[in-house]
Design a protein around this ligand. Structure first.
Ligand code: MN
Length: 256
């Protein structure tokens, strides 16, 4: 098995190093990651300036690694189409510092690394730990190593991928693994308006996840209750339930 790793926290992230250390035990492993943090880059790609990829040392993992001036999606393109001699069997994006639950998926660079691989027809996993301090990387790294072997063995349907989140706690305190659906978790208080020294307004995007209890079976609920969440996702965002409703609307070709 050959694995390509990327992330959105940058090539110096301890989450990426932990992931590479674990994945290299089960796969021939390569890393192509942003040179600095691109969290919330979503699926941005770089079209208006040159992309560069330079070999870097990834901690003491010994894993071949490149740092790029691109986004996570760019990194996967560079890895698949040029830097690796042949396409990988699996792409793992992470381990992200902080959860990717609910509407985080809209903004997440981590998830988009997996999405880009999925667009290439390569099996992909995004993985995140729901914490920002004293992060327990090891359970996530070991879970990822087991999961990629299972992905390799079983395969994933076309245009689907997996999004994994772990509660930030030691393995002995994890309460199981749950296959979930994406929650409606979203952010509130998202904008701070301040005044600069010259009295002009400036803005800072911010916000905290809405404090609500999410439905059983969702990613956010599983993580809140101490379980590892594995969410199968698809690129097709069509809402099949809404389709007949919209068909009943008065929609016609505009008259001239
Ligand atoms: Mn990140």
């Amino acid at each position: 098995m050959r694995a390509l790793l990327t992330n959105d926290d940058g090539c110096a992230s301890p989450g990426l190093i932990a992931l590479a250390s674990a994945i290299r035990e089960v796969a021939e492993t390569f890393v192509v990651a942003p040179e600095h943090e691109r969290s919330a880059a979503s699926h941005a790609i770089t079209l208006h300036k040159p992309l560069r990829a330079v070999p870097v040392r990834l901690g003491d993992t010994g894993v071949p690694a490149w740092a790029t001036n691109g986004t996570p999606a760019d990194c996967v393109v560079l890895g698949v189409l040029d830097l690796l001699e042949s396409p990988p069997d699996v792409v793992v994006s992470g381990i992200n510092l902080g959860a990717n639950l609910g509407m985080d998926l809209i903004y997440s660079g981590t998830v988009s690394g997996a999405v880009e691989a999925t667009l290439f027809g390569i099996a992909a996993v995004a993985i995140s730990v729901a914490g920002f301090e004293d992060v327990h990387w090891q359970p996530a790294a070991r879970f990822a190593a087991g999961l990629v072997q299972e992905v390799r063995r079983r395969g994933l349907p076309r245009d689907t991928f997996l999004n994994v989140n772990l509660p930030n706690r030691p393995a002995s305190e994890l309460r199981g693994v749950e296959v979930t659906r994406q929650s409606a978790r979203r952010y509130v208080n998202r904008l701070e308006k301040r005044s600069d020294p010259r009295g002009r307004a400036y803005y800072w995007l911010t916000g905290a996840a809405e404090e609500v209890q999410h439905a059983p079976g969702t990613d956010a609920r599983a993580v809140a209750e101490g379980r590892i969440s594995v969410t199968p996702l698809r690129l097709d965002m069509t809402d099949d339930e809404l389709t007949p409703v919209i068909r009943s609307w008065s929609l016609s070709i505009p008259t001239e």
